[in-house]
Design a binder for this molecule. Structure first.
Ligand code: GDD
Ligand code: MG
Length: 371
């Protein structure tokens, strides 16, 4: 079976993490985010994945190649201009020899999940639906597509980004669809079409079904908060991924040539060549990329610190993201979902909190920010 993965969005809400790389190849724990989706699809028997890109896929191709290491074939399709979630599927169908086939999968490209696609494909075949949406429960549906369902699994209402007063169920569309070819007829060619706003509402009562995945792990990684949650959930094994196999009995994975004089408390993952100085602490839920240096007396906890970053003497980084090549000076405090962008130089004694974002190229002098 073929699957189209939509990777055309710009990932603006994850900036500055996505200032220099697209969301689908942003590193999550130890691999590009898209690797999790591809490993999940391969586990469910998908043999070919079409990456539907709204931009030139040069970086994507460099990172993911032809797909062999994920056990499937990767095909790249770039829209002349972003066509929207529906337009992108139609465009991909037109670009492929033989099209997408009679039945295929469509996936949003920013979701970390281990939901059982096989069960959904079986339910789709049994019901005779023309489209079956994966459904998951969430606390607040306002950021998603709300789905009303009848007892037989037919969708009776689809509301993209519902207003609070419209919410009467916690089930939302998880961004994983099984589609029959006939759905493509509802998408006008060469046009920007939103599948959520233009196609699903028209299919309500006309063969649109939902399949609830009650106990699966599911997370849209599109915001810094959820990116941090995804990292710690992967380390803790709350979602089924290949990363867990790398952790030892203490829940720690250590790359090659690390020098650890301080303490590491799992679950935590250290890339190659990390240096944890004496008196430094790497606490639970932490991901360090390659060649990260944590200086004496510094603490990193529940945080993601990417390649070549430096955490200065006596500093604390908790519940925050430090992008590749950023340098945190001595005695800083970076907490509360803050993001320090790629290559940023943070002078000594700065405090970042409350989701503060520092963009690439910025150099902050000593003591410049104290919340
Ligand atoms: N190729 C292509 N072209 N891809 C696109 C385009 C486009 O023009 N626009 C968006 N995408 C991709 C994004 O990269 C993302 O992977 C996916 O389509 C969904 O777009 P988002 O911008 O992330 O949408 P959302 O998160 O607000 O809402 C969607 O996902 C929710 C679940 O996470 C909707 O499908 C909701 O109904 C759903 O509940
Ligand atoms: Mg999204």
């Amino acid at each position: 079976m073929r699957a189209v993965v939509l990777v055309g969005g710009e990932g603006t809400r994850l900036r500055p993490l996505t200032s220099t790389v697209p969301k689908s190849v942003v590193r999550l724990v130890d691999r590009p985010f898209m690797a999790y989706m591809l490993e999940w699809l391969a586990r469910h028997g998908v043999e070919e994945v079409v990456l539907a890109c709204g931009f030139l896929p040069t970086l994507l191709r460099e990172e993911l190649g032809a797909g062999e290491r994920f056990g499937l074939r990767l095909v790249y399709v770039a829209e002349p201009e972003p066509r929207g979630t529906g337009g992108a599927v139609r465009f991909a169908d037109e670009q492929l020899d033989g099209g997408l086939g009679e039945r295929f999968l469509v996936l949003n490209g920013d979701v970390l999940t281990d939901l059982d696609l096989r069960a959904q494909i079986d339910a789709h075949a049994a019901s005779g639906a023309s489209a079956t949406l994966a459904l998951v429960p969430v606390e607040d549906p306002t950021a998603y597509g709300l789905v009303r369902l009848d007892p037989r699994g037919a969708v009776t209402g689809f509301l993209e980004k519902p207003r609070p007063e419209e919410i009467d169920t916690n089930l939302i569309s998880a961004g994983a669809y099984v589609l029959e070819r006939s759905v493509l007829d509802l998408i006008e060619p060469d046009t920007n079409v939103s599948i959520e706003r233009e196609v699903w509402p028209r299919l309500v009562g006309e063969g649109l079904h939902g399949h609830a995945h009650g106990d699966a792990y599911w997370l849209d990684i599109g915001t810094p908060r959820r990116y941090l949650d995804a990292s710690s959930d992967i380390l803790a094994g709350r979602v089924r991924t290949a990363v867990r196999e790398r952790l030892d009995g203490h829940g720690v994975a250590r790359g090659e040539s690390c020098e650890v004089a301080g303490h590491v408390h799992g679950p935590a993952l250290l890339g190659d060549g990390c240096v944890i100085a004496a008196g430094a602490v790497v606490g639970p839920g932490t991901v360090l990329g390659h060649r990260v240096r944590v200086e004496p007396g510094a603490t990193v906890e529940g945080a993601v610190v990417l390649d070549d970053a430096v955490i200065g003497r006596g500093s604390t980084v908790r519940d925050a993201i430090v992008a590749p090549g950023a340098q945190i000076g001595a005695d800083c405090s970076v907490t509360g979902g803050a993001i320090v962008g790629p290559g940023v130089l943070l002078g000594a004694g700065n405090t970042l909190d409350h989701g503060a974002r520092i963009f690439p190229g910025v150099e902050l002098p000593d003591g410049a920010i104290a919340f």
